[in-house]
Design a binder for this molecule. Structure first.
Ligand SMILES: Nc1ncnc2c1ncn2[C@@H]1O[C@H](COP(=O)(O)OP(=O)(O)OP(=O)(O)O)[C@@H](O)[C@H]1O
Ligand SMILES: [Mg+2]
Length: 461
């Protein structure tokens, strides 16, 4: 063994022994800790930190609320300390053996949508020092970040007592609901690809579908409208008479008959209601959607194609997600002005679940295939502005027995497309040709897919 090897061996031994020895140095306040101490007027390391988890999509509302509650005298500081600042919690940032963290770095921001077309900068990591009713409060605000194992955004709150911190958090929550960017907007949740929690939230423009463009059998649209829009319009009177406002509506019927179209009309009719749309895998976000609706009422929660949820889990006999959906309806107080509108083309799949949880749906309406009268109205509606004769449209409508409303729309689209490609205006001949082609092509598809023509809502030859 050379002298050098010997030295290395001794050093290794020394390091091992050092590591095994308890560290008897006192952790001291970091520069960040000193800054917080100055604000609170007492040693922050002696105070418990209250941690409040915030759904990622609500961070923007919380950010607005904190800006508002803090007022002009509040201070917002960025935290230094490299990536360690993402891993350490607030308490350990305040006290350290190495005095690592300071409060003089730039604040980290993230950009979040606050409407279909605009975004806002939101604090992703920053320390807010503020006063509420003369109580000094320090809040570390953080965005969710999967890179650091953070599934939710958080507020880590320090105040003179835990009760002050809890009261402060209640104030923030309340103000966040009042100022919410989602209030009066139409939003949808994506599927969460990570399997748990809620996917990202997207703002949608509010649809513009007038009553005149929805063709349904007499009285159907009025009944849906009264139940969803009418109740909201008379919310105060109904409440005064002790009537509950929460309501569950099921629209069922074959594909392409206008269930989604009807929902879009309802959204148009309620320009100030908060709307949360869920579809497919995102139906798992029902709990979150119900909470949001409750906080931002008047609201409408749309659950599209709920049968998919039911049939997906159907092989286990029970359908947990569907029951979750139904339980969310049950969980809200009756006086919340929230309408749950569900659509399905498989009422038969839903029936057992609905029977097992009665009282969740107070109106179930069939949106049927259009009859002769409705088909004529649909053909004329979608041919508006075109040079197609009344006789040709009436004849096509009469021949289209058994088709859906969407068939009428698609037929006119094809007639116009055919004419446009030939640099002409569409005429009756285009309508007739498109009719034959569309019938043949949909029959072809339905023969391949379903082994028959009727499954796709196509007229029988
Ligand atoms: N009753 C209707 N009146 C007017 N247009 C309609 C009607 N039904 C359907 N349409 C037209 O057809 C399109 C497709 O219909 P929609 O998406 O509403 O069908 P759906 O009943 O929701 O079908 P699915 O069960 O497949 O979801 C609509 O966007 C609309 O343009
Ligand atoms: Mg639909």
């Amino acid at each position: 063994m050379t002298a050098e090897d010997d030295l290395v061996a001794q050093l290794r031994d020394l390091v091992r022994r050092l590591n095994e020895m308890p560290d008897d140095r006192e952790p001291t306040l970091t520069e960040l800790g000193l800054r917080v101490q100055q604000h609170l007027g007492s040693d922050p390391s002696a105070l418990p930190v209250t941690v409040e988890n915030v759904s990622p999509h609500r961070l923007i509302d919380i950010d607005l609320a904190l800006d508002d509650l803090g007022g002009d005298s509040a201070t917002l500081l960025g935290i230094s300390g490299g990536t360690a600042r993402h891993h350490e919690d607030f308490a350990s940032m305040l006290r350290s053996l190495h005095r690592g963290f300071t409060a003089d770095a730039p604040v980290d921001y993230t950009s979040m949508a606050d409407s279909p077309h605009t975004t806002r900068h939101v604090v992703a990591l920053g320390l807010r020092l503020l006063h509420i009713d003369d109580h000094p409060i320090a809040v570390l605000q953080r965005a969710a970040d999967r890179r650091f194992g953070r599934d939710t955004a958080t507020l880590e709150v320090l105040a003179s007592t835990p009760a002050t911190a809890a009261a402060f958090i209640d104030r923030v929550r309340e103000r966040a609901n009042e100022l919410s960017v989602v209030r009066g907007q139409v939003v949808t949740f994506g599927r969460n690809d990570y399997g748990h929690g809620v996917g990202s939230m997207t703002f949608l423009p509010r649809p513009e579908v007038s009553a005149a463009s929805v063709v349904l059998p007499d009285g159907v649209l009025e009944r849906v409208r009264d139940h969803v829009v009418g109740v909201a319009e008379h919310a105060d009177e109904l409440r005064a008479h002790g009537q509950h406002l929460k309501r569950g509506i099921l629209l069922y019927g074959p594909p392409g008959t206008g269930k989604t179209h009807t929902v879009r009309h309802l959204l148009h009719e309620m320009p100030h209601a908060t709307a949360v749309l869920l579809q497919g895998g995102a139906l798992g976000a029902i709990g979150e959607a119900a909470q949001l609706a409750r906080a931002l009422a008047p609201a409408i929660v749309v659950l599209e194609d709920v049968d998919l949820v039911a049939s997906e889990r159907g092989m286990f006999g029970l359908q947990p997600l569907l029951f979750e959906v139904l339980d969310a309806l049950d969980g809200l107080d009756g006086d919340a002005d929230v309408a749950f509108v569900m659509t399905t083309n498989r009422a038969d799949v839903l029936e057992p679940a609905l029977a097992a949880r009665p009282g969740r749906i107070d109106l179930a309406l069939e949106i049927p295939l259009p009859g002769a009268e409705a088909r004529r109205a649909l053909f004329h509606l979608y041919a508006k502005g075109l040079r197609l004769s009344r006789a040709a449209l009436d004849a096509a409508a009469a021949d289209a027995d058994g088709t859906t409303a969407s068939f009428a729309k698609e037929l006119i689209r094809r007639a116009v497309l055919r004419a446009t490609l030939n640099r002409r205006e569409a005429d009756d001949e285009d309508l007739r040709t498109a009719f034959t082609e569309l019938r043949e092509s949909t029959e072809g598809i339905s023969r391949v897919l379903f082994g028959g023509a009727d499954a796709a809502g196509v007229p029988q030859p």
